[in-house]
Design a protein around this ligand. Structure first.
Ligand code: PHE
Length: 453
């Protein structure tokens, strides 16, 4: 039906690294550790891992399967599955258009911190947050770093799927893995860090109530979803570049293992480090967004060799953010090129201009427009809320309904059987898509909209 004449990944490993590159990002390194610390350490880890191999696995295999079967970008893909669900493509496609600009803005912040540590000025950023608020409160520097990050992303995308994305992922992902393992080992040698590691890994049931368990569940589900880059057309797009002869189930397993390991290791760096330097106070971890840009730089300031560790750490974060933003930009470029028939270079330039313009609203939102809010949110936070908390759960819910009840799970099962003899987790997959995933999505949606968790 669909002869894939378009460009695709040249190898299975290339695909896995590229998809893992998308999945491993700021979410793993910065959001996962503080959620784990907040929701009972080991309990969160356990819940997360169980959800990853069931819920995350099923959603990811569905998206990649749809992409590979149809060979289309997200807009065409859902229409190909069932005409009545054609609306789902544009809805999912909205998400990367919203996220790419602000993701690059945060990528710019990371570059700034990398530059500071690499040039030996790490000590200047360590204070009680004034440096950070001063930095984002003024627009010039954040704009420059944001544009630098966006240009780096665009350069890789311009080079194409094989020469750009696949090549870069094959180099950057192993580097990232070595760095994270290295920093984790070093951090664990700091006096006091071991207690933090224990706090992080061992489940802490003391005072853990049922409502807290529910909150943990919802938080873990939301995190998983974001971390695996689901519900925004990315995995559909990357799936459309995947070779037919490669194993779908095996690849998804490997992407999951990669993504979850990096998140786990990031926690193994951050939780013990912060723990050691705050005298064992878990509160220090609960600070959310400020963890990466305020708490950690403080830790690096006091740590032996902190200048170097800080440089490596922010380099690691920059790599993780870059491979994610590449996947985001690639998704919107593929949509624009498919719709307009423009070539990749022109398509990328147009998307870059879009990202630059919309991203500036996030930069301004924290500086010269800091009085302007949308429904009480700053620009960046509004983009984040609307995409992650509203559109993404809706897209996943409708995708489950589409595959479970209209196209039927056979649609994906057949695609899985293209690359391998049997679909090992077929039974699990069916139960998840027909019942568990839709129910989970409804819970996430309701709790995001009505309860502030
Ligand atoms: N999965 C990425 C992370 O963990 C986040 C991301 C979201 C990447 C959306 C691409 C698109 O940070």
């Amino acid at each position: 039906m669909n002869e894939k004449k378009k460009e695709g990944f040249g190898s299975k490993l290339g695909f896995i690294f590229a998809a893992a590159g998308s999945a491993v990002g700021l979410g793993n390194i910065w959001r996962f550790p503080y959620l784990a610390a907040k929701y009972g350490g080991g309990i969160f880890l356990l819940v997360y891992i169980i959800l990853a191999v069931t819920f995350g696995f099923s959603l990811m295999i569905t998206e990649i399967g749809i992409g590979r079967k149809t060979g289309k970008s997200v807009i065409g893909a859902y229409k190909d599955v069932d005409k009545r669900f054609a609306f789902l493509g544009p809805v999912a496609a909205v998400v990367p258009f919203i996220i790419t600009p602000y993701y690059c803005v945060i990528g710019g912040w990371v570059l700034k911190y990398l530059a500071i540590f690499a040039t030996g000025y790490g000590k200047t950023v360590a204070d009680d947050g004034e440096f950070f608020t001063g930095f984002i409160g003024e627009w010039m520097q954040p704009s420059l770093f944001f544009l630098a990050f966006a240009i780096l992303t665009a350069l890789v995308v311009i080079l194409g799927v094989q020469k750009g994305i696949e090549m870069m992922s094959k180099i950057l992902m192993p580097v990232l893995l070595v760095l994270i393992v290295g920093i984790a080992i070093y951090t664990l040698t700091i006096p006091g860090a071991f207690a933090g590691a224990k706090y992080y890994i061992l489940p802490n049931f003391k005072g853990f109530t049922f409502p807290m368990f529910l909150k943990t569940l919802v938080a873990a589900m939301g995190q998983l979803f974001y971390s695996m880059s689901l519900a925004m057309g990315i995995m559909v797009t990357y799936g459309s570049y995947m070779r037919k002869e490669d194993s779908l189930e095996g690849s998804v397993r490997q992407i999951e293992i990669f993504d979850t390991s990096v998140a786990f290791l990031a926690g193994l760096i951050i939780v013990p480090a912060v723990f050691a330097f705050s005298g064992g106070d878990p509160e220090a971890l609960g600070k959310g967004p400020s963890l990466m840009f305020i708490t950690l730089p403080n830790v690096f300031r006091t740590m032996k060799g902190g200048q170097i560790v800080g440089t490596f750490f922010f380099f690691l974060v920059a790599l993780a953010a870059l491979t994610s933003s590449i996947s985001l930009l690639e998704t919107i470029v593929s949509i624009v090129c498919e719709k307009t028939k423009l070539n990749r270079i022109v398509g990328t330039i147009i998307c870059f201009v879009f990202v630059a313009l919309v991203g500036m609203t996030s930069v301004f939102g924290y500086s010269i427009w800091d009085k302007v809010t949308i429904f009480g949110y700053q620009f960046l936070d509004f983009y984040d809320f609307i995409s992650n908390n509203v559109i993404m759960p809706v897209v996943s819910l409708v995708t489950c309904i589409l595959i479970g009840y209209f196209a039927k799970t056979k649609y994906i099962e057949e695609e899985v059987l293209h690359g391998e003899e049997k679909f090992g987790a077929r039974g699990l997959y069916k139960v998840m898509i027909l019942a568990v995933c839709p129910i989970c999505m409804i819970i996430i949606l309701v709790s995001n909209l009505f309860l502030s968790l």
